[in-house]
Design a protein around this ligand. Sequence first.
Ligand code: ATP
Length: 369
Amino acid sequence: MSSSKVAGKASYKIASIPADGIGPEVIAAGITVLQKLAATLKTFDIEFEHFDWDSAYYKKHGQYIPDGGLDRLKAFDAILFGAVGAPDVPDHISLWGLRLAICQPLQQFANVRPTKVFRGTQSPLRKCSTGDLDWVIVRENSEGEYAGQGGRSHVGKPWEVCTETAIFTRHGVERIMKFAFETAQSRPRKLLTVVTKSNAQRNGLVMWDEVAAEVAKGFPDVTFDKMLVDAMTTRMVLKPESLDTIVATNLHADILSDLAAALAGSIGIAPTSNLDPTRENPSMFEPIHGSAFDITGKGVANPVATFWTASEMLAWLGEKEAAKQLLDCVESVCEKGIVTADLGGKATTVEVTNAVCKEIEETLSTEKA
Ligand code: ATP
C-alpha cells in the first residue's frame, strides 16, 4: 500500500479505470464528489491516475491490460472501476480480459455488495421501507462456478462437447466463510445466512456447508442459518427484514445481488467492493451495474451507485467517518427528490452530482461563511 501520512493527514493514490458505456460518466461523477469531500473535510488527500483500458483499447491492441499493467496497479491504494463491455466484443472476452484479469491475480477474493432502501427512494415491494431491507451480500470472488475451468471440443459440430467445471477448494471456502462471519459480527444484528445448493450439488456445496459449520464455532455471537438458493429468492422478496449478512458462491451471489439491487429500488444505486482482505494487493471498487449502452452518452446515468462505491472505498482505506458522511449526503439528496429517471426523477447525472457536492459543502464545511 502506498498511502502516506504527512502530519497526521493521509494521502491516497487511486487508479481509475472508467472503461466502457456509462462507466466514464459515473466515474467522473464519483471523482468530482470525492475531490469535493476531501477539499471540504481537509482530513485526507486523494489523487487519481487514469487508465484508458477499455474495449476500444482492446480492439486496437488485442489486449485490455498492457504488459506490466497489473504491476502498475499494485502501486495504488485502491482501484475505482466503471464498467466493461461493448456490443462488438463478446461478453466473456471483455469480462475475462479486464475485470476478472484484475480481481483474480490481485487475490480480491471477497466481493462485498451492500444493499439498502435509501431515504427518499422506494422499493418495488409493497411492504418494505427504509430499514426493512439492509443487507450485505458476501460473494466468493475467486473460484466456484467462475473459476474458468473447462473446455470445448468439436466446436460447431453436432457432437460438440463443453464442460464448465465449478471449483471449490477448502482454502477458498474457509477464507470467504471467515470473512463473511467477521462481516456479520461487525454489524448490529450479527446474523448470517449461508446460501447453498447442497441438495443438488452434492460435492463442492456439501463441503461449503461443512466449512460454514466449522467456521461458525469461532463466532459464537453470530447467529447463522442455511438456505437453498432457490428458496432464498422467495425469502428476499417475502421477508426482506429477516436477512442481514448473506454469503454465497460466485454464481449464486452474482444473481442474488442483482435481485437485491432491484428490490432496493434500482440497479443504479448498488456498489461492489472486490477486496483482498489480506491487504497485500489494492482492492477494487465499482458500481454493480454494467455498461448500460441504452443510456450511454445521454447524461442520465444514476451516479449514486458510484457515490456509494466511493464511500465503501473510503471506509476500506480507513476513512470511516468520511465514508459515512458522504453516504449521508447522498441519501439527503435522494430524500430531496433530486434523483435520476431510474428512481422516478428527472435529474441528470450532473445535476445529482452537483446536488451532492452542494450538500457536502453545506453540511460538512468547517469554515465559517
Ligand atoms: P453489462 O452487460 O455490462 O452487465 P448491461 O447493460 O447488460 O451491462 P446493466 O448495465 O447492469 O446491464 O443494467 C441493465 C439496465 O439497467 C441498463 O440497460 C439500464 O437501462 C439500467 N441501468 C444500469 N445502470 C444504471 C444506472 N447507473 N443508471 C440508470 N439506469 C441504469
